[in-house]
Design a protein around this ligand. Structure first.
Ligand SMILES: Cc1ncc(COP(=O)(O)O)c(C=O)c1O
Length: 452
């Protein structure tokens, strides 16, 4: 089946991909990648494309790192698998210790999963287990934000505030309560401080309305990545954590996107956003996308409430065949070593501001309503009416057209409606940032010209 047209027709006949357009199933297929190197991928025709979204916010150290491939191969030849239900392995132990050193506060207990959704799902199940063990079976509600994204299991999808993804699915919404997105653009005229007060009050009111005895979790990304790189007002997370503490609510920081260097730190919760959560979830960048892995770090304080004497004979019977997979853990250890040897966090702190200011300069262009971000993650939001607070179908079409032109010019932009999201591999250089922003600029200018 070497030839390209056979491959495409086979894809159309057999593949069901995430977010498949079901109307076009069987008649359309996605661009197919064949190989990669550095911050570039190459499609079936050999065309080089700059990887603007770092795959799916994950290819931190870049593609084709020989030392990573060697570490994976070596572990595969040493111990390729063990059942995590009744055995463990050295890479999983070493990785847990290493991650515990990198997390803030006393988040020292590490549970390893297969990706981000299973990490968040496990975090939520851990809190469910905790509250049942503590004899408070009604404390089950999960408060989340509109525009948040937490995964694709039944429960994590229900926690994700983008209703467009819910059509034709049954959503377990009885447990979930949504509060506002902290997007400043939706609150024109409010100062940052006033927006913060408004959002904190909404949270406190919601807890009173639901009853603190019924609220188990506040689940939040430090910045709402898939919602369009929305950065909450300064002090937001610390204030929300204080409210959680007052009401004995577990604060879960979903760092599936922000951990492992995206914001210039191992974890963004404390170092970038000033909060020490009770649980942090991570995935993606932990292996730079070479193999799947996710996990969560839980505070010793929380674990102590349901372990030892407090366990009363119970088992935390949650897990996966591939929890703590030795090959994935060896890859994560090598990934962390590469970060350290390359000084990758320092590199992000250096090139991040350059990336942000190059993108902010695009605000001068027609269509560009807002540019926001931090470190090496940013969103260029495009609107026909730059001051609008709602997004029209035309805005979404414009976003798609910009992505299309950028693609023709050799840059992949994450397709997210009217928002152009960029989160390149962390090894990107200033010259490559110039190339990337240059292509995006051309794509926006050409789209504006087409619009007339
Ligand atoms: C913040 C956040 N949480 C969880 C997930 C789910 O991760 P995965 O797709 O690895 O299951 C994602 C995926 O993009 C995410 O952005």
């Amino acid at each position: 089946m070497a030839n390209a047209s056979d491959m495409n027709s086979s894809a159309m006949r057999h593949l069901l991909v995430p977010a498949a357009n079901m109307e076009k199933l069987g008649s359309e297929t996605l661009p197919r990648l064949e190989r990669s190197g550095g911050i570039y991928v190459y499609d079936e025709s050999g065309r080089r494309l700059m990887d603007g979204p770092a795959g799916m916010w994950c290819t931190q150290i870049g593609y084709q790192r020989r030392e990573m491939a060697d570490a994976i191969a070596e572990q595969a030849m040493t111990l390729s698998y063990n059942s995590p239900w009744y055995m463990t392995n050295s890479p999983a132990i070493e990785l847990s210790e290493k991650i515990a050193q990198l997390t803030p506060g006393d988040l020292n207990r590490i549970f390893l999963t297969t990706g981000g959704s299973t990490a968040v799902d496990t975090a939520l199940r851990f809190v469910e287990f905790l509250n049942n063990a503590l004899g408070r079976p009604s404390k089950k509600k999960i408060i989340v934000r509109k525009d948040g994204y937490h995964g694709s299991t039944s429960l994590t999808a229900a926690c994700s505030g983008r209703e467009g993804n819910w059509k034709n699915f049954d959503i377990a919404s009885d447990k979930i309560s949504f509060i506002s997105s902290p997007n400043a653009r939706l609150h024109p005229g409010l100062s940052e401080a006033d927006l913060l007060e408004k959002l904190v009050k909404e949270f406190e009111d919601r807890i009173i309305e639901l009853g603190p005895e019924n609220v188990a979790v506040f689940l939040a990304e430090p910045l709402l990545a898939s919602g369009g790189v929305i950065i909450p007002p300064a002090g937001y997370h610390a204030r929300f954590k204080a409210v959680c503490e007052k009401n004995d609510i577990v604060y879960i920081s979903d760092e599936v996107v922000t951990a492992f260097g995206r914001c210039g730190e191992w974890f963004a919760s404390e170092d970038v956003f000033g909060v020490v959560p009770d649980i942090i979830t991570f995935a993606k960048g932990v292996t730079s996308g070479y193999v799947p892995l996710g996990g969560l770090a839980i505070s010793d304080k929380l674990v102590a409430r349901v372990s030892g004497e407090n366990a009363k004979g119970t088992f935390f019977a949650n897990g996966y065949t591939y929890s703590g997979h030795p090959v994935s853990c060896a890859a994560a250890l090598k990934n962390i070593e590469i970060f350290e040897n390359d000084g990758l966090l320092q590199h992000v702190r250096e090139v991040g501001p350059y990336f942000q200011s190059a993108l902010r300069a695009l605000e001068q262009l027609p269509l560009v309503a807002n540019v926001r971000g931090t470190g090496l993650v940013a969103c260029v939001e495009c609107l026909v009416d730059k001051s609008a607070t709602t997004v029209t179908d035309q805005d979404k079409k414009i976003g798609a057209r910009i992505d299309e032109i950028a693609f023709e010019l050799g840059l992949i932009v994450r397709p997210l409606g009217n928002m152009c999201v960029l989160s390149p591999p962390l090894v990107i250089t200033k010259q490559q940032i110039d190339d990337m922003v240059g292509i995006l600029k051309q794509a926006i200018v050409r789209t504006a010209e087409e619009l007339g």
